[in-house]
Design a protein around this ligand. Sequence first.
Ligand SMILES: Cc1ncc(COP(=O)(O)O)c(C=O)c1O
Length: 364
Amino acid sequence: MLVSELETPAVVVDLDVMERNLSRMTEYCRRQGIALRPHTKSHKIPDLARRQIESGAIGITVAKIGEAEVMLDSGITDILIAYPLVGRGKATRVAELAERADITVSLDSLEAARTISEQVTARNVKVGILAELDVGFGRCGVANEKELLMLAEQISVLPGLEFRGLMFFPGQFVVGPTERSALLGDVNDLLGRTQEAFERAGWPLATVSGGSTPTAYDAHKFLGVNEVRPGMYIFNDRNMAGIGVAGVEDCALSVIVTVVSNSVAGRVIVDGGSKTFSSDRYLAGDRCGFGLVKEDPDAELETLSEEHGHLNIRDSMHRYRIGERLSVIPNHVCSTVNMHDEIYGVRGERVETVWSVAGRGKVR
Ligand SMILES: Cc1ncc(COP(=O)(O)O)c(C=O)c1O
């Protein structure tokens, strides 16, 4: 099948670009001696997770148990669930997964740890634990080295749990290169103090898991980091290009849409709205627009109705025709993929692969 024959809206991945993104990250991590544990929330496709492992990743990261179940069913056996799992139901499912694979969970509370401990002990299995440290994003994670050491001590005496180290997510680094460099000092102060505190306690941290796509190629600058969990790097998106961690030419994924109306002056309508692109903002720039139209960067995908994308073409010289197809790089690739049952791997004009987004909707 040819790309031009796909019904739109259609999410396509340029395989040459994706393969280049994968090799670049693998090569960087190999050179730096840092373990790569990609976050598969960005694609949710077992085949791509297996490719990441075949090309050198030590295992994968997921956010949800449902995603872990999908990945495990496809034969992946080293999984970090980087999300605080709370409640007995989730702890039971984690224990079931641990009967079949090496499972690590990150958490920041004794309550979460206790419930998991009870369930894994009942099944006579073990789960690894990474204690989460907040390095300034202000989402999850304990605040400082003292709290982390205390949590680690409490975890280490709970049966069925194996304390494996610390994890952090530097989500505040979705900014330009100068701001990213400025943020590094504070994060390193905290990481340095934390590692010293554990060493003084005679308990060096085996794993220091950091990183995201914006910080991945700077992972060697973060004190003690020996594992990274980038997700978006496989495809990249408009936000990643906007903060300069990727070029537009490194964006492997785009959404092909068709012009379905040009009746209103200064505007055309394409057949993808918020149910195609998600409504994620352009965080890296002026917060305007929902994607970059490759054929016409002067057009702005200004507003999204559910099924209509409103293109403002007032500044554009392009003459739009009904039925014309456009390729749009979405603002945020992870939430865009999550909107689709299938995405297509293409090489040039040829559709080479159709992937089912098997982890989509697995929000529990
Ligand atoms: C805990 C955690 N690790 C890793 C990642 C991957 O980071 P990125 O999406 O920047 O590639 C995320 C993304 O949300 C995350 O929440």
